[in-house]
Structures are given as structure tokens and as C-alpha cells.
Design a protein around this ligand. Structure first.
Ligand SMILES: [Fe+2]
Length: 317
């Protein structure tokens, strides 16, 4: 049972083209994907033939710079120390081209100061015009999957150009991470592993619930050195069962709702993620009790409070 998952390299991705524990599907039929993965809440790597890939599977640093390099975008700034488990970031504004140059120069976790996280594609019209939901996914999701109104959010497509992010899960949302350039390692943990992953206490970091477009819940486990976890401090982590998904340009990863994940780039990566609501029947309790509270709260209060400027990490010039 691996307990230390440290730095990775491009060679790692090449050496392990398929995880032993996560299926890799090639051009899956929508019904097959729905029955065996979506309905089961089972993660999968999806490889699409070149004629099946929407534009975002070919987005490179150069292509995005060409399309929206001059656009001012919000960028996460963790300061000189980079991202830590304290999630102490501010949101600053800079041209997309400059943010991409910073992100493209990063080769280790200690070098990440700036990252593009959860940037809604709708705020980048030239990217939104090119983006298309992969047909296998669009046809696999049914209107009847929607949760009741208090738990319902619109689907969202967002750009991530980030070297790594700590262990977290999304608020009752399924996700498809689509890689344009680079290669990324996702370390997934089933919701059943929650007792081994030390979720942050519910009220310990309320500010994170306000500034992120997609609500994210984090672990207390520091991730600054990858998943080289201190087992004296976090002994239960030794019982967690990580699933490793190495995902390359032109591929995607299906992350079911309430699955924990840690991400780290092998090389600087362009990732577009579609988030959508998972039906209530697939929410994974007891972890999902947090979503029962947070979904309506976010839906009815989050935007109002953000509009008032409360709790915001955005630095205004
Ligand atoms: Fe995530």
C-alpha cells in the first residue's frame, strides 16, 4: 500500500500509461459510460479519437495566448511560499498571457505562486466559442439526474492552469477534467476513505466557501511535498487506498461526486473541467451531509454575500 506519492515526471507518465485500478475507455458509447461509470460513481480515464475530441483537448499555452492573451483575468496568488494546506491565497488581476507565462515556467511544487483556478469559460468569450461538451458525456447525462431545486446548480466549464492542488472534493458535483497540453497526475480516494483523510472541520475555514466558484472542501493533510504524508501526525492515512490516474493531453478523467483528489502536473498543463450536479441517489453519505447544508447555502446566499464584498479575497486596484 503506497503511502508516499511524491514528485512525478514526464517519464512517470510514459512509464505508466494506464493505472492498474482506473479503467481507460476509448471512445465510450454514452449508454456504456452511463451504466458502468456515471451510475456507479466509478472514475475512468477517457481517451477520445482525434475526430471525437472537441477543441479544448487541443488547447495549448500558445493557442490560449493567441485567443485571449490580452484578456485581464482573476489569478490565484499564494505569495512567495506557494500553496499550503492553509489555502492562504488572494485573487489578483493580470493579462491571461502573463499568467500563462508564469504557469508554464513552473517545474516543482515550491515554484507555484500564481495559478489560474476555476476561471469560468464564459468570462473568456473566445474560449467559450470553441468549447464543446464531449458528445459521449452530453448524451450520457439525463434531465432526470437533476437534484431537487434547493440542491441544483447550473453546469459550469472552467479553465485550470495550476501545477498542483491539495486533497479536496467538490460539493455534490461530478467533474470531467479534460487535458489540452501537458500531463497531470490525479490521486483519487473513494468517499469511503474519508475517515483516513482528515477532512477539515466544518467551521475551520469558512472563507474558502465564499471565494471559489465551485465549493471545495479540503483535507487537513499538508500537500506541499506531494503526498509524502507524516504518518505520525496522520496515522489513519496509511489505511487510505489511493487510485492513481495519469492523464495526458487529449484525454479526460471522470471524477465522480464526493471523491477526494490530489492533483499534480508532470509538466505545465492546460485543463478544462466541466462540473455538473450529481443526482441525490449518488451522493455519498455521510460525507454528503456537508453538501446537504452547503448546496442550498451557496445557491441562495453565496452570490449575495460576494456582491456585498464580504469575505472576498479579490484584490481590487
Ligand atoms: Fe478538484
Amino acid at each position: 500500500m503506497p503511502t508516499a506519492i511524491g514528485a512525478i515526471s514526464v517519464e512517470d507518465l510514459t512509464a505508466s500509461p494506464a493505472s492498474a485500478t482506473i479503467d481507460r475507455l476509448v471512445d465510450p458509447h454514452p449508454d456504456f459510460f452511463r451504466k458502468n461509470y456515471l451510475e456507479q460513481g466509478r472514475p475512468a480515464i477517457i481517451a477520445l479519437s482525434s475526430d471525437q475530441r472537441p477543441a479544448q483537448f487541443s488547447w495549448t499555452f500558445d493557442r490560449i495566448t493567441e485567443l485571449v492573451g490580452d484578456l485581464e483575468v482573476p489569478v490565484y496568488d499564494w505569495g512567495e511560499k506557494g500553496p499550503t494546506v492553509d489555502d492562504d491565497f488572494r485573487i489578483v488581476s493580470m493579462p491571461m498571457g502573463e499568467a500563462l507565462r508564469f504557469a508554464n515556467a513552473i517545474r516543482s511544487t515550491t515554484e507555484q505562486r500564481f495559478a489560474i483556478c476555476q476561471l469560468p469559460l464564459e468570462s473568456c468569450p473566445a474560449l467559450a466559442a470553441e468549447y464543446k461538451c464531449p458528445p459521449f458525456l452530453e448524451q450520457a447525462i439525463r434531465p432526470s439526474d437533476q437534484p431537487p431545486a434547493p440542491f441544483r446548480e447550473k453546469h459550469r466549464d472552467a479553465l485550470f492552469v495550476s501545477f498542483f492542488r491539495g486533497i479536496h472534493w467538490h460539493n455534490g458535483r461530478d467533474a470531467l477534467a479534460q487535458i489540452g497540453e501537458g500531463g497531470k497526475r490525479f490521486v483519487l480516494f473513494s468517499p469511503d476513505d474519508t475517515p483516513h483523510l482528515y477532512p477539515k472541520r466544518f467551521l475551520s475555514s469558512p472563507i474558502a466557501w465564499f471565494d471559489e466558484t465551485e465549493a471545495v472542501f479540503c483535507s487537513e493533510i499538508p500537500f506541499e511535498k506531494g503526498l509524502d504524508v507524516d504518518l505520525v501526525r496522520f496515522p489513519r492515512f496509511s489505511k487510505a487506498r489511493p487510485l492513481i490516474a495519469d492523464v495526458r493531453a487529449g484525454e479526460a478523467l471522470f471524477i465522480p461526486s464526493h471523491w477526494w483528489h490530489f492533483t499534480q502536473a508532470a509538466t505545465p498543463s492546460i485543463v478544462t473541467v466541466r462540473f455538473w450536479d450529481a443526482p441525490l441517489r449518488r451522493w455519498r453519505f455521510p460525507l454528503a451531509w456537508r453538501s446537504v447544508l452547503m448546496k442550498p447555502y451557496r445557491k441562495y446566499l453565496f452570490r449575495r454575500l460576494r456582491k456585498l464584498g464580504m469575505f472576498s479575497r479579490t484584490v481590487r486596484s
